[in-house]
Design a protein around this ligand. Structure first.
Ligand SMILES: C[C@@](CO)(OP(=O)(O)O)[C@H](O)COP(=O)(O)OP(=O)(O)OC[C@H]1O[C@@H](n2ccc(N)nc2=O)[C@H](O)[C@@H]1O
Ligand SMILES: Nc1ncnc2c1ncn2[C@@H]1O[C@H](COP(=O)(O)OP(=O)(O)O)[C@@H](O)[C@H]1O
Length: 288
C-alpha cells in the first residue's frame, strides 16, 4: 500500500514467534509466569501516521469486529497522549497482514509501533524503557516489540534478556480456528509447574511449548496441521496459537512445503530476525 497521505510516517509492525514457552508458576492476580524465547519475523503489518493539530486520534482503517476504542493502536496513542500531556493527535492507517489471534503478536506489535511512531512524530523524546513501561499496560508482549531485539522473557514477558539466535526460515501455518488466550490459560490441565531454567540451558537445549497439549486437545485442527507440517520439518505452536511454525534451513525448502500445504491451510514464509523490522526502519529514517 502506498502511504495514504504524502509525507506521512510509515513503519512496520512485525510478527513474533515464541520459539519455546514454559509456564513456571502463577501470580496472585491469576497471570501466569512464563519463560519464553521471542524472535521476530521479517513479515509485518504496516502503520502510517500523520499528525493532527486538534488532538484527535482517528484510526482510518478499522479492523472488522474490533471497535475503534478497543483497538490497541488507538489505546496506545491515547495512553501516550495522557502520559505526556501532548496536545497533538494523529490520523493512522493500518495495513493488516498478520493473522489476528494467531499467536504471532499482531496486536502487541501494532501497540509498540504506535508508541515508537508517535514518540518520533510528536518529538516526545521518551526512552525505549519508558515506552516499554507504558506498553506493558496494554499487553505482556509489548515490551519485547518496543525493544526490538530477540529475547528470553520471564515474568509475564516483561523481564527481558536479549539473545543472539540463528536466523532460519520459517513456514507459519494458520489453522482456521480462533483460540482465546484466556481459555488456554484457564484450562485445569495446563502445565503450570515447569522447572525454572537458565537462558544458557534454553540456548543449548531448546524447549517446548507448554500450551501446545491443551490447544491440541481443544482444537483438533491444530493437531492436524502439526501432523502435516511435521512430515517436512520440526514444528511447534507459537504462544497460545493458533499458528504453528516449521523451521527450515533456507527459503526454497520453506516455499516448496508452503506450496504443498497452501491448498489446505493458510500459510506464509518468513525469515527469523534478531532485530525487528521496526527498529531497522527507524534506524534507516534517523540516518537519512
Ligand atoms: C501467550 C503469549 C506469549 O507470547 O502470547 P499470545 O499467544 O497471546 O500471542 C502472551 O504472553 C500473552 O500475553 P497477553 O497478550 O498479555 O495476553 P492477553 O491476550 O491479554 O491475555 C488474556 C488472558 O490470558 C491470561 N494470561 C495471559 C498471559 C499470562 N502470562 N498469563 C495469563 O494468565 C489472563 O487471564 C489474561 O486476561
Ligand atoms: N490492532 C490490533 N491488531 C490485532 N488485534 C487487535 C488489535 N487491537 C485489538 N485487537 C484485539 O486483540 C486480540 C488479539 O489479537 P492478536 O494480537 O492478533 O493475537 P495474538 O496475541 O494471539 O497474536 C484480537 O482478537 C483483537 O480483538
Amino acid at each position: 500500500m502506498q502511504p495514504p497521505v504524502q509525507g506521512c510516517l510509515s513503519l512496520p509492525a512485525p510478527a513474533k514467534l515464541n520459539l519455546m514457552l514454559h509456564i513456571v508458576g502463577q501470580r496472585d492476580d491469576g497471570y501466569h509466569e512464563l519463560q519464553t524465547l521471542f524472535q521476530f519475523l521479517d513479515y509485518a503489518d504496516y502503520l502510517h501516521f500523520n499528525s493532527r493539530t486538534d488532538g484527535l486520534i482517528q484510526l482510518q482503517t478499522p479492523i472488522a469486529g474490533v471497535l475503534p476504542h478497543d483497538n490497541l493502536i488507538v489505546k496506545a496513542a491515547k495512553l501516550l497522549q495522557q502520559h505526556t500531556g501532548c496536545s497533538l493527535g494523529a490520523d493512522i492507517w493500518l495495513e493488516k497482514n498478520l493473522p489476528i489471534g494467531g499467536g504471532v503478536g499482531g496486536g502487541s506489535s501494532n501497540t509498540a509501533t504506535t508508541l515508537l511512531g508517535l514518540n518520533h512524530l510528536w518529538h516526545l523524546g521518551l526512552s525505549l524503557e519508558q515506552l516499554a513501561e507504558l506498553g506493558v499496560q496494554l499487553g505482556a508482549d509489548v515490551p519485547v516489540f518496543v525493544h526490538g531485539k530477540a529475547a528470553f522473557a520471564e515474568g509475564i514477558g516483561e523481564k527481558l534478556t536479549f539473545v543472539e539466535l540463528a536466523e532460519p526460515w520459517y513456514l507459519v501455518v494458520k489453522p482456521a480456528v480462533f483460540i482465546s488466550t484466556a481459555k488456554v490459560f484457564s484450562d485445569p490441565g495446563l502445565t503450570r509447574d515447569s522447572a525454572v531454567i537458565k537462558v544458557r540451558t534454553v540456548l543449548e537445549q531448546g524447549g517446548r511449548n507448554d500450551c501446545q497439549a491443551v490447544v491440541v486437545k481443544h482444537y483438533p485442527e491444530v493437531g492436524q496441521a502439526l501432523a502435516l507440517l511435521e512430515q517436512h520439518a520440526q514444528a511447534r505452536l507459537t504462544g497460545t496459537g493458533s499458528c504453528i511454525f516449521g523451521v527450515f534451513p533456507n527459503e526454497i525448502d520453506a516455499v516448496k512445503v508452503s506450496h504443498q500445504l497452501s491448498s489446505k491451510l493458510d500459510c506464509f514464509v518468513a525469515k527469523g530476525s534478531n532485530v525487528s523490522l521496526l527498529h531497522k526502519e527507524l534506524q534507516n529514517k534517523l540516518e537519512r
